[in-house]
Write a protein that binds this ligand. Structure first.
Ligand code: ADP
Length: 638
C-alpha cells in the first residue's frame, strides 16, 4: 500500500495540544508510559505464543531496548512484542479509542499543574505523552503474526496530521523513535535514563536493556584501554507481589500501585497475602484514596490484573471481584488456573469463585479494620466509595449485614460533617423504640424541620438522613439490622403518638364523617385518608405506602429520565390539631363549601411540605388570601 497522509481525529489534536502546552512537570513519565506499552505488547505476544510457537521463534528473548542516539538526537524504545498491522496503527494511534477521552480533556483542563501528569496514565492516553519531550515521533512496527518482514511506518510532528507508509523490520515488534526537543536532550544521558527507569519501571517483568559503553583494560596491553559495549539490564524485574511482604518497603508498594492503577497518589490501603490450600494464589490489592474516573459508568473496567504463574493474562479480571468493590486495584497471580484461560472458562471455573470469595472477605475485613482503627481515613474513603460499596447490599445478600456495618450516615443527631453507624444507632436507641428510621434528604434545616420528623423529635428518636440516589432501594433491600426493622419516616403507618388504642377508636368515631368527606373529595388525588400517628404540630402530611417509592426518590428517578409511574399517596391528618375540630363543627352546621375549601387547602399544603408542586397555585393563593381576610375580621379563625 502507498504512503498516505491522514488527519488525526479532533480529540487527538486537542489532546496533543494539551500534552505539548500544558504539561511541564514530571515530563519524564513519558518513558514510563512507553515502556509500559512495550511491556504490554510483549505480554500479548507471549500470550499469543502459548498457542502459536512460531511467534516465540520469530520474536526471540523478550526484552525492551532503550537506544539513545546523541548524534541524531533521538531516543528509541524498542520491543519484540505483538506489534501492529497497518490498520491497527491507524486505529490505535490516529484516534483515541477510549470513551473517557472527553472527560479526560475536561479533567486535564481543570486539574492543577501538579495533578496533570497523573491524569495521563489514568486515562490510558500514554502513547501521546511522547510529545511532552519530542517534537516528532516515528513508529516502526511489525505484527508478530506477520511472517514476512513487512512492517508499517507511522510518523507525526503533532501538527494535526500523520503519515503512514509500508516499511520493513527484521523482527516482529515495535520501535518508537522520539526526536527530542533541544530542551529535552537530557533524556539521552545514561544516568538520567537509568534514574527514570529505576524510578518508574523497576517492577516491569521484562528486562529493560541499554547498550552501555565501558572502558576496559586491554588484556594484551595493560597500558591501553579499549571501549567495550555491553547490554545491561536496568530494572530489577522482581514481580513485587511474589516477594515476602516483610521485604517490601512502603515506597515499593506505592510505586507499583501507581503503575497498575495509573494513579499518581499513594493508595489508602495495601492488602498483600498468599493463599494456600484449596486454591493457591497471591493477591496484592490496593484501595485507592480517591475514586478512579468513570467508576459510576457502565464501561468502567473492573477487577485486578490476572497473572497465572507470573504470566499476565488479563488487565482487568472482573470475575475476581464483586462489582461493589470495583474501586479495588491490584494483581492476582494464580498457580491453579490454566495459562490459556478465557473469560468463559473463568466464569465457570471453581478456582475463580474461591479467589473471588477470599478477595471479597479480605477487602471487607480491611475496610472494617480501618473503620475501627482509623476513623478519619475511613470517612474520607467512604465519601469516595460509599455509594459503590452500598450496591453490595443489593447484590450480595449473603454479606448484607457485613456491608451494612460499613455504612456511615448523617442523622438528625450527628453534628455537621460527622457520621453515625447502624450499630451506634441501635446501641443508642431508647428502649421503647422498635425500628430504625430514615428520611431521604440532607440533614439541613429543611429536612430537620420536616413535619415527618415531628413525632420522632418529640420522642427523642434519631432519624438517619440519606442522600445517595440508591439509598431508598438499598434500605428496602436491607429491611432490618440486628433484628430491628428499617423504616422510611415518610412511608407506611407510623404510630409514635401517645394515644392508646381506645383513644384511637374514639378519635376514629369522632372524625369518621370528616374523613369520609376528605376521601370523597380527594378520591382522584390520594389513595387513602387516615389519622396520623407521626404528627404533633402540623395539621396534615402525605405519606407513601410501605413498599412505595419515596417522593424524593421518585423525583430523582424522573430527572434521570426513568419512566416512573405516578404513585398515589396517603393523606394523614393530625387528630390533635384544632383545625379538625373546627372542620367538624363546620360540617355539623352545614358549611360544606367551607369544608371543601379547607380540604383543598390542607391537601395543597401537604404537597408543599412533601416538596411537590401544587396543581393550581393561583387557586391556592386566593384561598389563603381569603382565609387571611376572614381571620382578620375574626370570622374563620383557625
Ligand atoms: P493504552 O496503552 O492505555 O491503550 P496508548 O495511547 O498508550 O493507550 O496506546 C494505544 C494503543 O496503541 C495500545 O492500546 C496498543 O494497542 C497500541 N500500542 C501502543 N504502543 C504499542 C507497542 N509498543 N506495541 C504494540 N502496540 C502498541
Amino acid at each position: 500500500m502507498a504512503a498516505e497522509k491522514m488527519e488525526f481525529k479532533t480529540e487527538v489534536k486537542e489532546l496533543l495540544n494539551l500534552m505539548i502546552h500544558s504539561l511541564y512537570s514530571h515530563k519524564e513519565i513519558f518513558l514510563r508510559e512507553l515502556i509500559s506499552n512495550a511491556s504490554d505488547a510483549i505480554d500479548k505476544a507471549r500470550h499469543e505464543s502459548l498457542t502459536n510457537r512460531e511467534i516465540l521463534e520469530a520474536c526471540g528473548e523478550w526484552k525492551i531496548k532503550i537506544t539513545p542516539d546523541q548524534a541524531a538526537g533521538t531516543l528509541t524504545i524498542s520491543d519484540n512484542g505483538i506489534g501492529m498491522t497497518r490498520e491497527e496503527v491507524v486505529a490505535e494511534l490516529g484516534t483515541i479509542a477510549h470513551s473517557g477521552t472527553r472527560e479526560f480533556m475536561q479533567a486535564l483542563k481543570d486539574a492543577s499543574q501538579k495533578d496533570k501528569p497523573g491524569l495521563i496514565g489514568q486515562f490510558g492516553v500514554g502513547f501521546y505523552s511522547a510529545y511532552m519531550a519530542a517534537d516528532s515521533v516515528t513508529v516502526l512496527t511489525r505484527k508478530a503474526t506477520e511472517k514476512t518482514t513487512k512492517a508499517t511506518r507511522w510518523e507525526s510532528t503533532a501538527d494535526g496530521t500523520y503519515s503512514i507508509d509500508d516499511a520493513t523490520r527484521e523482527q516482529p515488534g515495535t520501535d518508537v523513535v522520539l526526536h527530542l526537543r533541544d530542551d529535552d536532550k537530557k533524556y539521552l544521558q545514561e544516568w538520567e535514563l537509568r534514574d527514570v527507569i529505576r524510578k518508574y519501571s523497576d517492577y516491569i517483568e521484562h528486562p529493560v536493556v541499554m547498550d552501555i559503553t565501558r572502558e576496559k583494560e586491554d588484556l594484551a596491553d595493560k597500558e591501553k584501554k579499549i571501549k567495550v559495549v555491553e547490554e545491561e539490564t536496568l530494572n530489577s524485574r522482581k514481580a513485587i507481589w511474589l516477594k515476602d511482604p516483610s521485604e517490601i518497603k512502603t515506597e515499593e508498594y506505592n510505586d507499583f500501585y501507581k503503575h497498575v492503577a495509573h494513579d499518581y497518589t499513594d493508595p489508602a490501603k495495601v492488602i498483600h497475602y498468599r493463599a494456600e490450600g484449596t486454591s493457591e494464589f497471591t493477591a496484592l490489592l490496593y484501595i485507592p484514596q480517591t475514586a478512579p474516573y468513570g467508576i459510576l459508568y457502565r464501561d468502567f473496567k473492573i477487577g485486578p490484573m490476572l497473572y497465572v504463574k507470573r504470566v499476565q493474562i488479563m488487565d482487568h479480571c472482573a470475575e475476581l471481584i464483586p462489582e461493589y468493590l470495583r474501586f479495588v486495584r491490584g494483581v492476582v497471580d494464580s498457580s491453579d488456573l490454566p495459562l490459556n484461560v478465557s473469560r468463559e472458562i473463568l466464569q465457570s471455573n471453581r478456582q475463580t469463585g474461591v479467589i473471588k470469595k477470599s478477595v471479597t472477605k479480605k477487602v471487607l475485613d480491611a475496610l472494617a479494620e480501618m473503620k475501627k482503627n482509623d476513623g478519619p481515613t475511613y470517612e474520607k474513603l467512604y465519601k469516595e466509595f460509599g455509594r459503590v460499596l452500598k450496591e453490595g447490599i443489593h447484590f450480595d445478600s449473603s454479606r448484607k449485614e457485613e456491608i451494612a456495618d460499613l455504612l456511615l450516615f448523617a442523622s438528625t443527631k450527628t453534628e455537621s460533617g460527622k457520621y453515625t453507624t447502624l450499630s451506634d444507632y441501635v446501641r443508642d436507641m431508647p428502649i421503647a423504640q422498635d425500628a430504625i428510621y430514615y428520611i431521604i434528604g440532607r440533614p439541613d434545616e429543611n429536612v430537620l424541620q420536616s413535619p415527618y420528623l415531628e413525632a420522632f423529635r418529640t420522642k427523642g428518636y434519631e432519624v438517619l438522613c440519606l442522600t445517595d440516589d440508591i439509598d431508598d432501594l438499598i434500605m428496602l433491600d436491607l429491611q432490618e439490622y440486628k433484628g430491628k426493622k428499617i423504616k422510611n419516616v415518610i412511608k407506611g403507618d407510623v404510630s409514635l403518638d401517645k394515644t392508646t388504642a381506645s383513644e384511637k377508636e374514639a378519635q376514629k368515631g369522632k372524625f369518621e364523617k370528616l374523613l369520609a368527606k376528605f376521601k370523597e373529595q380527594l378520591k382522584d388525588e390520594v389513595k387513602d385518608v387516615r389519622l396520623s400517628g407521626r404528627l404533633t404540630d402540623s395539621a396534615s402530611c402525605l405519606v407513601a405506602d410501605e413498599g412505595g417509592l419515596d417522593p424524593q426518590m421518585e423525583k430523582m428517578l424522573r430527572s434521570m429520565g426513568q419512566d416512573v409511574p405516578t404513585q398515589k399517596r396517603i393523606l394523614e391528618i393530625n387528630p390533635g390539631h384544632p383545625v379538625f375540630e373546627t372542620m367538624n363543627s363546620m360540617l355539623t352546621s352545614g358549611a360544606d363549601e367551607k369544608v371543601q375549601e379547607y380540604i383543598d387547602l390542607l391537601y395543597d399544603q401537604s404537597l408543599l411540605l412533601e416538596g411537590s408542586k401544587i396543581k393550581d397555585p393561583a387557586a391556592f393563593a386566593r384561598s389563603v388570601a381569603k382565609l387571611m381576610t376572614g381571620s382578620v375580621r375574626g370570622k374563620d379563625a383557625v
